[in-house]
Structure formats: structure tokens, C-alpha cells
Design a protein around this ligand. Structure first.
Ligand code: PLP
Length: 441
């Protein structure tokens, strides 16, 4: 292959060249096909080449590809926003469109800060977030994120954020605690942190409803988010839930927070919103926050050139319509239960699979050197990255997580197959992954 001039994120080895995608597979220039078991990075919820989405994008391009949002709104952006608000958590009234997950988080952080300026509480400056979390790679998002490895060299550039413990049942729940008691201990830690900073100084608590890219899917214990919501309310602090990865149906409900019975003040979504057909993300905002902006300065002081891009909105609208029309949320729940059975069969007594956890079609596999002690492998071995490469050789795409420099992140594999995956495809995914793990360890 001719030398590449693309500044690839990984510069030490060549990548296969993807040439086409159909259903849950991608084919490279050598004719090899890969099962897309991670939907890229939990993006491709409808798989590849979906005719309805492609037709909607063509129609929009033919009509109008782009109109800058400081001059115009478009019918397609309005329709997508209405569709999202119709199915949004209670009280959400408006959608702020962006081009991806990090942009959604940046917008949410600034929206939260400006909201307090608008209502006369400009002293609020602090964000609280969680360790072992991921909220994106731009500087604000990286600052709230708690992946030590990703943050390390950029620390001098990051705003000051206080990090509390993640909800990591497999590792951190004590033997003498129920999951509920563990959750309440975490809530108490959050409240103590808020009190230490002074509740009147804190803007928001930021969390992924189901953790994704850092510790290989972390599901919340029962009652945890209800407790978090109560603490935030007690101190007048906003709750920002980041569902860029776990949202838009991935866990079996449109929004993961529905399963927790909590409503955030701001909700970030991306990835599955456009299913990879176009780059698009969004922040869903509570009506009372939007009202404060309207009554106050009348302007959210933020914005990017491509926000609300018409073709991106058309793609996302089509993706969401297919999900509704084809009953794919119910299918995610059904396939999730089938996947869980396949995991039990293939990994139930695997000596190096410490934990398999997830919801719907969003699963993390935590690898350990020893199941009894839960001892991680030496991080220097970079097993998660090697498993990813071995899986590609086996013809399956899986998303690796790990590599934290705080010694707490171990090696994880994340699976997020398209909602259209068949039971047979799910079985093939797990069998190929198992071969890749066994070849690597
Ligand atoms: N937030 C979460 C929870 C994510 O998982 C990600 C990406 O993995 C992001 C934000 C950043 O999204 P993007 O990569 O589209 O900027």
C-alpha cells in the first residue's frame, strides 16, 4: 500500500482499508469481512448500508445540504427535535444539536455554567464527575472525564474538576454490603464532596448513566442514581447525564436513565442518534433552563459552524424512525437476553473472564489474570489492544478499554453490536472473540 498521509491515531501499524459495509459487516480492500460487534464505538445501531437512511440522506442533499443556523432553521432539524422531545425524559423541552459526543459534553458544560450566570449565581464554578469515566477528548470533556491515561499529559490544560468514585460493583462493593448499600455509600461520598466544596459553588455532577469506554461498561446499582438526583436537588446542583455511548436504545430503552427512574437536567446523546450515517450529537435540556436563557440574555453563548446540519438531521431522523417502526428497542432487549446466555455458555468458566456485565446490546467483559483474586494482568502487556488486533484477524470488531495509569483500569472488551444482529450473528461474534482472547492470553 502507498505510504499514508493521514495522521492516524495509531501510527505504529497499518490499518486495513474499509471499502463497503452491509448489515452488520464491513469488508476491506482484500475482500475480508468483519462482524461489527462494537458498532465501531457503539455507533452503528442499524448496521451498515441501511436503505431507508441512505434514501433520506439523498433526499435531503437534493433539497438542501446546509444552511447556517445563525440565518435559518430547517424543517428537518425542527422535526428531529420534536421527535426527540416527544420521547424525552419528563420536562425536557429543547434540543441543542452538535456534531458529536465531545461537542455535546462541551455544550452541556457551558450551558450549565451559563444557566447559573443567567439566574444570578455566577459563583458556581465547580464540576464534580467520576473517576474511570469517559466524556470525550476535547479539553472540557477531558477535564470532567476520569480516565487517568487519557488525561495524563494534558492535565496542565484542564479545568479543575473534582472526581468521586465510579459505580463499580464488581470491584468496589464490599462483601458486607448489598448493592443498594454500596450505592448509598457512593451517594454519601458525593454529598460529602459537595459539602467540602460548598454546595453553592458547584455547577453540576456529570456522569455516564452506564459507563462505557473506560472500564468496559459499568452498570449502576439499584437506587444509586435516585440518590444522586436527591443530593443534587438538595444542593441546587444540576445533574448532567452523558448518554453519548449508552443512550438512544443501546441498553434496551431509548434513554438509559429511564431504567434508573431519574430525569437529568441536561442529557447528552450522540453515537446511536445518527447511527454513524452522519456525525451528529445533541444536548436535551429541561424547559426551565431554556426559559432562564430566554428571560435572561436571550442567547446561549456557544455554537459551531455545523450544528444542526441538515443532512445529519435527516440521517438521524431516519435512524430514529426505523428504530420506532421496526420495534428495535424490544429487539435490543430480546437479543440482549440471548447474548447473555451465549456469554454464560462461552465464558461461564473461562479462567480469565472475571466479569461480564451490561444491558441490552451494551456489554463489557473484564479480563483478569486470576478469577479468585480479581488480579489484573500487567498493564504493560496492553492486552486489550492486542485482543482487538487478534479479533480483527478472526474477523470481528470489538472495542478495547483499559490502559489507565492509575492502576485501576485493567483490560476490558466492549461489545455493542447493531440492533439488527441475529442470534446466529451474536453467537459467531462471541465465538470469534473467545478465539481471539485465547490466542492472546
Ligand atoms: N461521552 C461518552 C460517554 C463517550 O463514550 C464518548 C465517546 O466514546 C464521548 C462522550 C465523546 O464522543 P465523540 O467521540 O463523538 O466526541
Amino acid at each position: 500500500m502507498q505510504a499514508s498521509h493521514v495522521f492516524h491515531r495509531q501510527l505504529t501499524h497499518d490499518l486495513p482499508v474499509a471499502v463497503s459495509g452491509q448489515g452488520i459487516t464491513i469488508t476491506d480492500s482484500q475482500g475480508k469481512t468483519y462482524l461489527d460487534a462494537s458498532g465501531g464505538a457503539a455507533v452503528s445501531c442499524l448496521g451498515h448500508g441501511h436503505p431507508d437512511v441512505i434514501a433520506a440522506m439523498h433526499a435531503q442533499i437534493d433539497q438542501l445540504a446546509y444552511a447556517h443556523t445563525s440565518f435559518f432553521t430547517t424543517a428537518v432539524a425542527e422535526e428531529l427535535a420534536s421527535t426527540l422531545i416527544d420521547t424525552a425524559p419528563k420536562g425536557m423541552s429543547h434540543v441543542y444539536f452538535v456534531s458529536g459526543g465531545s461537542e455535546a459534553v462541551e455544550a452541556a458544560l457551558k450551558m450549565a455554567r451559563q444557566y447559573f450566570v443567567e439566574i444570578g449565581q455566577p459563583q458556581r464554578k465547580h464540576f464534580i464527575a467520576r473517576r474511570q469515566s469517559y466524556h470525550g477528548n476535547t479539553l472540557g470533556a477531558l477535564a470532567v472525564g476520569g480516565n487517568a491515561w487519557r488525561r495524563e499529559q494534558f492535565k496542565p490544560l484542564l479545568i479543575d474538576v473534582t472526581h468521586v468514585s465510579p459505580c463499580y460493583e464488581y470491584r468496589d462493593q464490599r462483601a458486607d454490603e448489598t448493592p443498594e448499600q454500596y450505592g448509598q455509600r457512593l451517594v454519601a461520598e458525593l454529598e460529602a464532596t459537595i459539602e467540602r466544596l460548598g454546595g453553592e459553588n458547584v455547577i453540576a455532577f456529570v456522569a455516564e448513566t452506564v459507563g462505557g469506554a473506560t472500564a468496559g461498561v459499568l452498570t449502576p446499582v439499584p437506587g444509586y442514581f435516585k440518590g444522586v438526583r436527591e443530593v443534587c436537588d438538595r444542593h441546587g446542583i444540576l445533574l448532567i447525564l452523558d448518554e453519548v455511548m449508552c443512550g438512544m436504545g443501546r441498553t434496551g430503552t431509548l434513554h438509559a436513565c429511564e431504567q434508573e427512574g431519574v430525569v437529568p437536567d441536561l442529557l447528552t446523546i450522540a453515537k446511536g442518534l445518527g447511527g454513524g450515517y452522519q456525525p451528529i450529537g445533541a444536548v436535551l435540556a429541561q424547559g426551565r433552563m431554556v426559559d432562564a436563557f430566554r428571560r435572561g440574555s436571550g442567547l446561549f453563548q456557544h455554537g459551531h459552524t455545523y450544528l444542526g446540519h441538515a443532512v445529519a438531521c435527516a440521517a438521524a431522523l431516519a435512524v430514529q424512525r426505523v428504530i420506532q417502526r421496526d420495534g428495535l428497542l424490544a429487539q435490543v432487549r430480546e437479543r440482549g437476553a440471548q447474548l447473555q446466555q451465549i456469554f454464560a455458555r462461552e465464558f461461564g468458566d473461562h479462567p480469565h473472564v472475571g466479569d461480564v456485565r451490561g444491558r441490552g446490546l451494551f456489554w463489557g467483559i473484564e479480563l483478569v489474570a486470576d478469577r479468585a483474586s480479581k488480579q489484573w494482568f500487567d498493564p504493560a502487556l496492553k492486552l486489550h489492544a492486542r485482543i482487538k488486533r487478534a479479533a480483527m484477524e478472526e474477523g470481528v470488531m470489538v472495542y478495547p478499554a483499559g490502559g489507565s495509569v492509575d492502576g485501576r483500569c485493567g483490560d476490558h472488551v466492549l461489545l455493542a453490536p447493531p440492533f439488527i444482529s441475529t442470534p446466529d450473528e451474536l453467537a459467531q461474534i462471541v465465538q470469534r472473540l473467545k478465539r481471539a482472547i485465547d490466542k492472546t492470553l
